[in-house]
Design a protein around this ligand. Structure first.
Ligand code: FAD
Length: 301
């Protein structure tokens, strides 16, 4: 452990490395274990150096965004967990908004409003980072990242910096090739159109109202747990399976939105995962439909 720490210290400043860091502080579900090394590099060169170091030494490497689509098991994550939380700038270049990967997609959406640019209204309530939004082609209310992403700057697992066209990321419903390729997203270029501030704001206000009235935002959760199965709505299947309010330990299926599982009372990751499995099992038995998880589960038991 101390050798790894010494070596990491040569790649980024001491204050950018935390040891045995509880990840629940960084996750929307507010549960899960610790990271051996939680690293927040301050420059692209540091990101490249750390990824090369992890490769060379075969130390496991995990990337965390805003933790809004991740469940970390109670045993935590071995090796290095990297967060791009220092990469948060958003700038305008013509009708492009160029955002660093650690910026929240909500903030990019509000910056578009300030700049009177339309096209990112759908993202005004998605609590992830730009990197996390590209990773899963985040979307809501009929819009998705794919509709407005022009380019992305990434680092691959050999530490090489690449600029990719959006088409090279194979974006489709809640999916991209980022996990398969092992890219670390550093920057995204969103192609937007000039619009009327009043109209953009009206759409964002409407979507915010819909979200706040339908989602259990008062409890920790990871949003919709399951993808939409072809021909069905996950929430409706769960509701019709009579699962709302049912749970394990401190986790339960939300009574407000059946697609959400909430951490109602100091749940563990095991509780949360047990509820996911109970929902999948019950829906399969009742309706013969396999619910595929949208949320990622990582780490050790
Ligand atoms: P994380 O949860 O931190 O990570 C998710 C995955 O992305 C991980 O595998 C991680 O390694 C990877 N990743 C993160 N950053 C990078 C990067 N820079 N480069 C490469 N990979 C990276 N999602 C929607 O699509 N639509 C919604 O309407 C929506 N509503 C939500 C509402 C609530 C209340 C919550 C809690 C979640 C909601 N989500 C929604 C889910 C979530 O916000 C999105 O999936 C978001 O894109 C995840 O981003 P993140 O930064 O939190 O990623």
């Amino acid at each position: 452990m101390s050798i790894v720490l010494q070596e990491l210290n040569q790649l980024t400043a001491k204050e950018n490395i935390l040891i045995n860091e509880p990840l629940r502080n960084y996750l929307y579900t507010k549960l899960g274990g610790k990271a051996d090394f939680f690293v927040t590099p301050a420059s692209i060169e540091e990101v490249q150096a750390i990824i090369r170091y992890a490769n060379k030494t075969k130390i496991p490497f995990t990337l965390l965004g805003n933790g809004s689509n991740l469940i970390v098991r109670d045993g935590g994550i071995r090796g290095i967990v990297m967060s791009p939380k220092r990469f948060i700038s958003i700038r305008r270049d013509g009708d492009l908004l160029i955002a660093e990967s650690g910026a929240r997609i909500i903030d990019v959406s509000y910056r578009a409003l300030d700049e009177k640019l339309t096209g990112l209204e759908f993202a005004c309530g998605i609590p992830g980072t730009v990197g996390g939004a590209l990773y899963m082609n985040a979307g809501a209310y009929g819009g998705e990242v794919k509709d407005c992403l022009e380019k992305a700057v990434v680092v691959d697992r050999s530490g090489t910096l690449l600029t990719l066209d959006a088409s090279e990321l194979d974006l489709s419903y809640r999916s991209s090739n980022i996990p398969e390729k092992g890219y670390i997203v550093l920057e995204a270029h969103f192609r937007l159109q000039p619009g009327e501030e009043k109209e953009i704001k009206a759409v964002m206000d409407d979507l915010t109202y819909k979200r706040e009235s339908k989602q259990p935002l008062e409890y920790p959760s990871c949003g919709s747990v399951f993808k939409r199965p072809p021909g069905y709505f996950a929430g409706k299947l769960i509701q019709d399976s009579d699962l709302q309010g049912k749970g394990v330990g401190g986790a339960e299926v939300s009574t407000k939105h059946a697609g959400f599982i909430v951490n109602k009372n100091n749940a563990t990751a095991s509780d949360y995962i047990a509820v996911i499995e109970m929902v999948q099992r019950t829906v399969k038995e009742k309706f013969g439909v396999e619910l595929e998880r949208e949320v990622r589960i990582i780490g050790e038991d």
